[in-house]
Design a binder for this molecule. Sequence first.
Ligand code: F3S
Length: 423
Amino acid sequence: MLTLTSEEQSLLNGAEGPGVQRAMEIVAALGRIYGADELVPVKHVQISGVSYKNLGDAGVEFLNEWAEEGAVVRVPTTLNPAGMELEKWEAMGFSPDFAQPQLSAISAFVRMGVTPTMSCTPYLFPDFAPQRGNALAWAESSAVVWANSVVGASTNREGGPSALAAAIVGRTARYGYHLAETRLATHVVEIKCPVPDIADFGALSYIVGKAVGDGVPYFPDLGAWLPPLPDDITEGGEAGDKLKTLGAGIAAYGAIALYHIAGVTPEAIDQGERLIRPNARRLTVESLDAGYRVMDANPDTVAIDLVTIGCPHASLSELRRVADVLQGESLRTRLWVTTSQITRERAAREGLVEIIETAGGEVVADTCAVVAPVRSIGIKRMATNAGKMACYAPMHSGVEMRFGNLEQCLRAAVTGEWRAIPA
Ligand code: F3S
């Protein structure tokens, strides 16, 4: 049974006004539904469902109403991508009919004290990166996997309103991934095929996501395909970029919120096979073909309107790789490298943005090709190296999709056409 402290009870009774009361009602209701016995303070909140494409007019109205009620967040709180780049939406071709309500939603968040980072990778922000053991309330499914698995923090897969409610009261209900028992592995997944490339981690994410559903996979041997994580994890690095792709894909194709990799992720380093439930199921992945077949969904599509890299938002190390390939090139089709404003600033200081833009690409902040209304700017055929983008863009943006590795995607941007990799 959920027990509230006297302070929590007074928030629930409306001591701090209707906005805070509404937030406490949501947090307490979730606690009762999921059988929590208490609330826990959270260190950081990440809110999703920020795009007007998802919110609609009702969502924008709801946010403004909550802000009018005087609700303000109590802990550092950041935002997922919006439906457009805030400062360049006109130049990118988005209409004022979309932009005005989008800006109204962002302004409501800002009035409530939320930092408008508009990125799905809060873990790459030097100021917000979580620490092991932190309780969080994160609503971006790909970031949830990172926080639980790579960092060893704890968060459930919050919804947009429940995350905002947690930010306003500074607490979340203690259930699910906040409990040690839920963090034990339900499946042991052995990898018997090579996974050298980031795109391979995307293809793997389809196979594991479908097989494991909402369970917790333990990978005894995947660490063989991962170099050590960099000292500064906010740069991404090869290992970070692979894990970012894997986490996003398993959360999209399944509903996975946590995985363990022997010798790599913190809980697996400490506890090893003690993390595996006695009744865990065992699976073996012999080939990535099924993943590539599903993600490369339109094999007859050759002409490409938009190549998109950066799902989840590109890290500094991904921007370095893109700039390296595009140095001196001239693109025939549109390229978006989607990232956060913070990472774009870091990349600009290294001259990477200039190289990509001189080639004709765009380093786009605040948004991505899933939450932006890309059909409205004429995009019908896309290419990507990211598993989650390959999963969601056809569904949410109604586009045809080609999927391959970074080099193949960038070659499509240079030539305007998707070509098979020579054997
Ligand atoms: Fe981020 Fe958009 Fe992918 S929100 S995880 S870049 S679908």
